[in-house]
Design a protein around this ligand. Structure first.
Ligand code: F6R
Length: 620
């Protein structure tokens, strides 16, 4: 019942400093995007465990702690929850305690009913409805039998089915936190005389950049001066160190009214950073991170992109470019659909998993399935130390920096950019484009950050319109070719941020049904391709605008500078700088992101933490 949650653990510094609680709360603040149904902390004080937990956002917990401060100690753990089952109330919030043990949990213990029945039969009393409480009782009893929290943890995790990251503390061990991971994320932060645990590096980037990756089925014990990792059987494991290259300030709002506003403003940099250092002195693409044999990449006869939500739309955009440049068929599949339909993939299939978090369970399961079928897997991921890259054959990191707002914005642009690099790399390797063609496409990509900045500089008009439209009940989005996934992404942003019904259509599909939705005053965004590209594509979209306009639609048109053909049929034109057709999504999606963000603000909604959502969907 800790579905997709944020987890932080800390040990270090003298208890009198109050630092453990401060670090844990700060970490939770950075992880709150992972879930915000409830939050809780426990501190190991000389008098024993002291905990507080509160339903609702982290602010409620902070308020409760101010009203009734906890005692001071060296170790603390904290949790922010996205409920999967069990109401998000105070009782079901983590930590869960049993005797002298406290536990927090991310994931689902699938066999909890059996374990609970067993404990009930032994007379154990339960305070909550959660699966996690079962773990607390088991752990406390295992500790009493062994006197050692780490081996108690190993005993307990071997009995659990499902997915979990667990952190535990015990009243007898004021300077120890024990963690375990199985199919849910956990990373270690290494400090001086202090150590950290977190669901992802955002939990501790303000304190240290040195980190350790934990593998599947590992148990970690941290004290102020040591980190010990073993597998579930107790065999020591050498954890892989890495340095976090994110700037801590990137996880701050930096004067913006929301993380999302800031992350949209960061988009030019996200694209520029994703391109950085990926060519050699001769301008040849060198994707060092893609350590897949060239012979394997040359033999690839099909690419399947697996992803969810916004990341899947990035894959959808990339399909148009990769097929065009590489002449390899590309399928884009929602990871959850891919996994359960017996897909036809084999050794010659390259499966590309696109994920900001690197933790999306559906996408991870798709990667595992693909590998079982003998396919080569490549991850396009933003978060270092996450699971999907660990389990893929290769990874190309997007360098978008931390994305804190739940709805994805800058990561989408970075994903498209990275996928394009993969496409050009394959074209280079397979000789489907000449090297001067590749060089000129890279040059075109390199000027995109400046063009993006221009789009941002012009965004006031779209904001104004968004504020006027705050009461609108439904908005439609149309696009063709690469504009089609952009339209779907525009609709998704509006649904999730502003809770407004929205739908994205392929403009060519209009006449096959959706046009029946058009009635006077219906707002419709239309993403128009460049008139300088394939002429027929442009003129077809212009005809679509005419068709809906004739039926009373209010047309909000995104078109290139100089495209005058749209003007007679547009109620509003939002201009983007000229660029090649395939690169246009990097520009045309921006007004749609700004529109959804602004409209949500106008409705007084929390754009960073939309209702019912969590950023990393670490349960299926
Ligand atoms: C929408 C959004 C989601 C994610 C999706 C995949 O704004 O953020 O649709 O894109 O849940 O998440 P990642 O990229 O972390 O795998």
């Amino acid at each position: 019942m800790g579905g997709m949650c944020g987890i932080v653990g800390y040990v270090g510094s003298p208890p009198a400093s109050g630092r453990p609680l401060e670090v844990v709360i700060e970490g939770l603040r950075r992880l709150e995007y992972r879930g915000y149904d409830s939050a809780g902390v426990v501190v190991v004080t000389p008098e024993g465990l002291e905990s507080t937990k509160k339903a609702g956002k982290l602010a409620n917990l902070v308020e409760a702690l101010e009203a009734a401060p906890l005692g001071l100690g060296t170790a603390a753990i904290g949790h922010t929850r996205w409920a999967t089952h069990g109401a998000p109330n105070d009782t079901n919030a983590h930590p869960h305690r049993s005797g002298r043990t406290a536990v927090i949990h991310n994931g689902i213990v699938e066999n909890f009913a059996t374990l609970k029945a067993e404990l009930l039969a032994e007379g154990v009393e339960f305070a909550s409805e959660t699966d996690t409480e079962v773990v607390a009782h088991l752990l406390d009893r295992a500790y009493d039998a062994t006197g050692d929290l780490t081996s108690a943890m190993r005993q307990v995790v071997r009995r659990l089915d499902g997915t979990f990251t667990l952190l535990a503390v015990h009243a007898h061990h004021p300077d120890t936190v024990v963690g375990a991971r199985h199919d849910s994320p956990l990373v270690v932060g290494l400090g001086e005389g202090e150590n950290f645990l977190g669901s992802d590096v955002a939990a501790f980037i303000a304190r240290t950049r040195q980190a350790l990756e934990l593998g599947q089925d590992e148990v970690v014990t941290i004290t102020p001066t040591s980190v010990r990792v073993t597998d579930f059987d107790g065999k020591p494991v050498q954890a892989r160190p890495f340095t976090v290259d994110w700037d801590a300030s990137a996880a701050e709002k930096g004067g913006f009214r929301s993380f999302m506003d800031k992350e949209i403003a960061d988009e030019p940099k996200a694209v520029a950073d994703t391109l950085l250092g990926r060519t050699d002195a001769d301008g040849q693409l060198v994707l060092d991170e893609i350590r897949i044999e060239e012979s394997v990449l040359r033999a690839v006869n099909k690419i399947v992109v697996v992803a969810c939500g916004t990341a899947a739309y990035a894959g959808h955009v990339a399909k148009y470019a990769i097929e065009h440049w590489c002449r390899i068929p590309v399928e884009v599949e929602l990871a959850h659909e891919f996994r359960y339909r017996d897909p036809v993939v084999d050794e010659r299939t390259l499966v590309v998993a696109v994920s900001q978090s690197g933790e999306t369970m559906d996408t991870l399961m798709a990667v595992r399935h693909a590998r079982e079928q003998g396919s080569t897997t490549l991850a396009i991921v933003n978060t270092h130390g996450s699971t999907i890259p660990r389990e893929s054959d290769a990874v190309l990191y997007t360098h978008a920096g931390p994305e804190v707002a739940v709805a994805s914005t800058k990561a989408f642009l970075a994903q498209i950019t990275a996928a394009y690099l993969v496409g050009l790399y394959l074209a280079q390797l397979r000789g489907t484009l000449f090297s001067d063609e590749i060089a000129s496409k890279l040059d075109e990509l390199r000027v995109m950050p400046d063009k993006l900045q221009t789009v941002l500089d012009r965004s006031e008009r779209v904001r104004e319109i968004a504020r006027w439209m705050a009461d609108t009940p439904t908005v439609l989005f149309l696009g063709r070719h690469v504009g089609y996934p952009v339209a779907m992404e525009g609709a998704l942003k509006l649904k999730e941020l502003a809770y407004i019904h929205a739908e994205g259509f392929a403009a060519g599909e209009l006449k096959h049904g959706p046009i029946a939705l058009i009635e006077p005053g219906q707002p419709v965004f239309v993403v128009v391709p460049s008139p300088r590209g394939r002429h027929s594509l442009h003129s077809k979209v212009v005809s679509n605008i005419q068709e809906i306009r004739a039926r009373g639609a209010r047309t909000l048109v995104i078109a290139e500078d100089g495209d005058e053909a749209v003007v007679p049929f547009a109620d509003e034109v939002f201009r983007v700088p000229r660029c090649p057709t395939l690169l246009a999504p990097l520009l045309t999606v921006v007004p749609l992101q700004v529109f959804a963000c602004e409209l949500a603000h106008a409705k007084g909604l929390d754009v960073d933490q939309p209702r019912n959502l969590a950023k990393s969907v670490t349960v299926e």
